[in-house]
Design a protein around this ligand. Structure first.
Ligand code: ADP
Length: 172
């Protein structure tokens, strides 16, 4: 087998077994946790064939969420968004998923930002109705995946390198 070189951030090569794969940041937001949809989100990524390499449950610090959503800081809904993510009525489940094209595929699995525009079959299209309660987050580009993985999983060892025993049956 080839040497597998991983970093905590994704490396955008659409790979075969034993090659470097992309990574993306997916989170179940507090409304998704409150509604018991954590396992549903994890199942969809697992069953697709993606590999879970980072997982944590936390009430995120306000600074973290403000950085995570920095590009939205001028929006009228920003303060409400930060409160929803940080008020502790339910935690966030943060995840790093790894595999071929996982950034783009993860976005496709999450669905459109406004659930009323999200296709049935997507997580948002199947489980929610409101843009302010859209239950899940997925990185929208390689740059944001790298930034978000670093923000949410910056500690040493928080992203784990491991190999599927059955990888040759999923990726060829
Ligand atoms: P996405 O989460 O699909 O990447 P954005 O980055 O545009 O979408 O927005 C981030 C999050 O901000 C959304 O998932 C949603 O929780 C919230 N949001 C976006 N637009 C609105 C809005 N008009 N009203 C309330 N919340 C919003």
């Amino acid at each position: 087998a080839q040497n597998v070189i991983y970093s905590d951030s994704q490396v955008p090569i659409h790979g075969k077994p034993g090659t470097v794969q992309e990574r993306t940041f997916i989170a179940v937001k507090p409304d998704g946790v409150q509604r018991g949809l954590v396992s549903e989100v994890i199942s969809r990524f697992e069953r697709r064939g993606y590999k879970l390499v980072g997982l944590k449950l936390l009430v995120p610090p306000t600074d973290l969420v403000k950085q995570h959503y920095a590009d939205l800081s001028s929006k009228p809904f920003f303060n409400g968004l930060v409160d929803y993510m940080t008020n502790g009525k339910a935690p966030v489940v943060g995840m790093v998923w790894e595999g071929p094209d996982v950034i783009k595929q993860g976005r496709a699995m999450v669905g459109a930002t406004n659930p009323l525009s999200a296709n049935p079959g997507t997580i948002r299209g199947d489980f929610c109705l409101s843009v302010g309660r859209n239950i899940v987050h997925g990185s929208d580009s390689a740059e944001s995946a790298q930034t978000e993985i670093g923000l949410w999983f910056g500690g040493k060892g928080e992203v784990v390198d491991w190999s599927f025993g059955n990888e040759e049956w999923v990726i060829s």
